[in-house]
Ligand binder design. Structure first.
Ligand code: PNW
Length: 500
């Protein structure tokens, strides 16, 4: 008997040690959101519009990246030439939004519809299309939240070096000015860049997304440098030339996971977590919200490693004094796209040779994946609701800006209408956001579910579905059908939160 108890206790102690409390489900908080809270769904131009060569639109890097169905870039060789056909069906999309009772909609503008060559001549038909979308939204009292760049760079600019060419800051500045001038009388909420981290890593480190370049440890640092410079120029244009007459806000949207220390009482694990956050969020947020410079921990680690690798200068560039001033304080809010969390602990694997170096090794931290965290269709998406609350608290304390959750959502393979897993995801993530607001005092002002529609999920084509509405991609009419999750979100918005 005693032996059994002793064994059980040992077992319990072991279980308690090796399995800290990562419980998925916590009791819900029954409370409501602030009355001026923005509720919306989000989409992006290349993922929904189609109309890829209509009305004078130029090619984008996604048209090019998907052009050859045999090159293996996209699951099933798919592309966004038609996608959800929102170029023609935007009125129906607005009806769906209206039916849900949202008060905002986040969508993006295709640069190559406005400027087919990226710079120079403006395509009036492109302007007309977005005027129609904006006016239709306003008819139903839905506030447009416009993303200026959601990854579909004009191919003409890629041909001139794309995000690797420092000149791009001026191209982006000019493009943004056109949007503020044409749409700013009605659009008061602007997001300059969507997820520059993904642009850098997927586009320039591992080549999984357009433009498909692979330059780990080198290219992503150059690209991010120019992305941040570009963002800041657009922000300054708005505040110097338009803010007085238009009075809107301009900010950036960053994506980040939460990094949970494997052992939260071990300072080394906590340091690993903060280091990961600095390499993912701080890379952008430190220059923009703090002091115009990259985070100290990045500066130290990348400088040291570059020197050890024999580079003449650090792979992490430096902003000039003038650039720092322009970049510092260049976002009116913190836009956060959040989907998932990872466990972290420190590892000393930092001195891999330049030949095998991956973007990861600059972190000096490694990740586990906890099998108990159940997954979405997307391989990287583990369902960890508490991660959103912890991340919101960290961002709130670190950067002290109003936060908008500009994307959050769940993918499956089937697109089934009875999407219980998606409802579970939204219920628990949104409740954790409510806890961040009510219990931690985080200044969160809005929430956009990704996504209004099943759509073109980049390299995964149409195989991973994030939609609140099912879209039949085999039917030329692309009919939309609300899933059960739409009803859940509609009720939540109508109730202003969680009723007991
Ligand atoms: C975001 N990751 O992308 C994008 O903003 C959307 O366009 C996209 O459809 C959505 O999330 C779902 O993927 C991400 O690997 C892509 O961690 C990859 C990651 C995160 C976000």
């Amino acid at each position: 008997m005693i032996r059994t108890v002793a064994f059980l206790c040992l077992f319990c102690a072991y279980a308690a040690m090796s399995e800290p409390n990562y419980s998925l489900e916590e009791p819900l908080l029954y409370d409501t959101f602030p009355s001026d809270f923005l509720w919306g769904t989000a989409t992006a131009s290349y993922q929904i519009e189609g109309g890829w060569n209509e009305d004078g639109k130029g090619l984008s890097i996604w048209d090019t990246f998907t052009a050859d169905p045999t090159n293996g870039n996209i699951a099933n060789g798919d592309n966004g030439q038609v996608a959800c056909d929102s170029y023609h069906k935007y009125k129906e999309d607005v009806q769906l939004l209206h039916n849900m009772g949202v008060n905002s909609y986040r969508f993006s503008i295709a640069w190559s519809r406005i400027l087919p060559r990226g710079t120079g001549e403006v395509n009036q038909k492109g302007i007309d299309y977005y005027n129609n979308v904006i006016n239709e939204l306003l008819l139903y009292n839905i506030t447009p939240a416009v993303t200026i760049y959601h990854w579909d760079l004009p191919q003409a600019l890629q041909d001139r070096g794309g995000w690797l060419n420092p000149e791009i800051a001026y191209w982006f500045e000019d493009y943004s000015r056109i949007l503020f001038k044409e749409f700013g009388d009605r659009v008061k909420f602007w997001i300059t860049l969507n997820e520059p981290w993904v642009v850098a890593i997927a586009g320039h480190t591992n080549g999984e997304m357009a433009p498909g370049l692979r330059g780990p440890g080198i290219l992503e640092y150059k690209v991010v440098h120019n992305l941040i410079r570009s963002h800041a120029k657009a922000y300054r244009v708005y505040h110097n030339e338009f803010y007085q007459s238009q009075g809107g806000e301009v900010g950036i949207t960053l994506n980040s996971d939460w990094f949970e220390p494997v052992n939260a009482t071990d300072p080394d694990h906590v340091e690993a977590s903060v280091t990961k956050l600095q390499f993912m969020i701080g890379w952008f947020a430190h220059p923009i919200f703090v002091n115009g410079k990259y985070p100290e921990v990045m500066r130290q680690k990348i400088d040291a490693k570059s020197a050890a690798q024999g580079f003449a200068e650090s792979r992490l560039p430096q902003f000039t004094e003038e650039e720092s001033l322009e970049i510092m304080n260049s976002s009116d809010f913190f836009g956060l796209n959040h989907y998932t969390s990872s466990l972290v602990y420190p590892t000393p694997k930092s001195d891999i040779s330049p030949a095998t170096i991956s973007w990861f090794t600059d972190d000096d931290v490694n990740e586990y994946q906890d099998a108990k965290w159940y997954k979405a269709a997307s391989s990287w998406l583990k369902v960890v609701p508490f991660g959103l609350r912890r991340l919101l608290k960290w961002i709130d304390e670190t950067y002290q800006k109003p936060i908008y959750v500009t994307e959050n959502g769940f993918s499956d393979f089937i697109g089934n209408l009875d999407d219980m897993q998606r409802i579970y995801y939204y219920k628990h993530y949104i409740n954790q956001m409510l806890k961040a607001i009510k219990l931690d005092g985080a200044n969160v002002k809005g929430y956009y579910a990704w996504s209004l529609l099943d759509n073109f999920e980049w390299a995964k084509g149409y195989t991973e579905k994030f939609g609140l509405h099912y879209v039949d991609f085999n039917d030329p009419a692309r009919p939309r059908t609300p899933k059960e999750s739409t009803k859940f979100i509609t009720k939540l918005i109508n109730d202003h939160g969680f009723l007991p």
